[in-house]
Design a protein around this ligand. Structure first.
Ligand code: AP5
Ligand code: MG
Length: 210
């Protein structure tokens, strides 16, 4: 199964990717997570993109396409994968096609900008295992400590109010057009992203079975 999760920042792509990845036993590939790891490790790419990601703008197509091309060659992608946050521009979607990859379903998780702003200001992420929480909707049982690994929960650098607004504009200007792109190819499914998390999971899995 080759699944793309499309959606605005904070729509719930990462939350759903983690659950579906465990259910279907296929890896999740999140370009955002890979880029944040490269910043943390102090790599050359990380140094180049730190200020871009922290301002909420997109990293260049060239860099992310190379990241995806290399990652998809790994053995664990043989039986399928979930792409979380890629593609984000038409050039990236075209690059995926040029790699000869046939995507089964593109699920777009639909949430209004208003809800996104509320969600992202309450999001917390584990600094160690990267599990995602929300202070009201999905709190850790241990407060600001991760339920899963006891890591410290932190706020992402790009979850500041001004940066959230910029990420939303970037989404509307450069990424939302991919809904038309995949609708024309016939594999776009819209999923309501304001339902409870487990219902959204069932809705996405339902689109894979049709
Ligand atoms: P990325 O890491 O992909 O961030 P994003 O797209 O902005 O999305 P988020 O991770 O913020 O949100 P999400 O949809 O995963 O939501 P989540 O599950 O956490 O990218 C970051 C940056 O990297 C980009 O800005 C760019 O600079 C760069 N980048 C990455 N990919 C790139 C690419 N392809 N090209 C160029 N640059 C790229 O959920 C959000 C919150 O809501 C959580 O607190 C969660 O608990 C809560 N929540 C989830 N579901 C629900 C629900 N149903 N009800 C209530 N609350 C919910
Ligand atoms: Mg995410």
């Amino acid at each position: 199964m080759k699944l793309i999760l499309l959606g605005a920042p904070g729509a719930g792509k990462g939350t759903q990717a983690e659950i579906i990845s465990n259910k279907l036993n296929i890896p999740t590939i999140s370009t955002g997570a890979i880029i944040r790891e490269s910043i943390k490790s102090g790599s050359e790419i990380g140094k180049k993109v730190k200020s871009i990601i922290e301002s909420g703008n997109l990293v260049s197509d060239e860099i992310v396409i190379e990241i995806i091309e290399n990652r998809l060659k790994e053995d664990d992608c043989k039986n399928g994968f979930i792409l979380d946050g890629f593609p984000r521009t038409v050039a990236q979607a075209d690059a995926l096609e040029e790699l000869g990859i046939k995507i089964d379903v593109v699920a777009s998780i639909e949430v209004s900008d208003e809800d996104i702003i509320k969600r992202l200001s309450g999001r917390r992420e584990c600094a160690n295992c990267r599990a995602t929480y929300h202070i009201e909707n999905l709190p850790s049982k241990k407060g600001d400590i991760c339920d899963k690994c006891d890591g410290k929960l932190i706020r992402r650098a790009d979850d500041e109010p001004e940066t959230i607004k910029n990420r939303l504009s970037v989404y509307h200007e450069q990424t939302a057009v991919l809904k038309d792109y995949y609708a024309k190819k016939g594999n776009l499914k819209l999923v309501c992203g304001t339902n409870p998390i487990d219902q959204i999971t069932n809705d996405i899995i339902g689109t894979l079975e049709k």
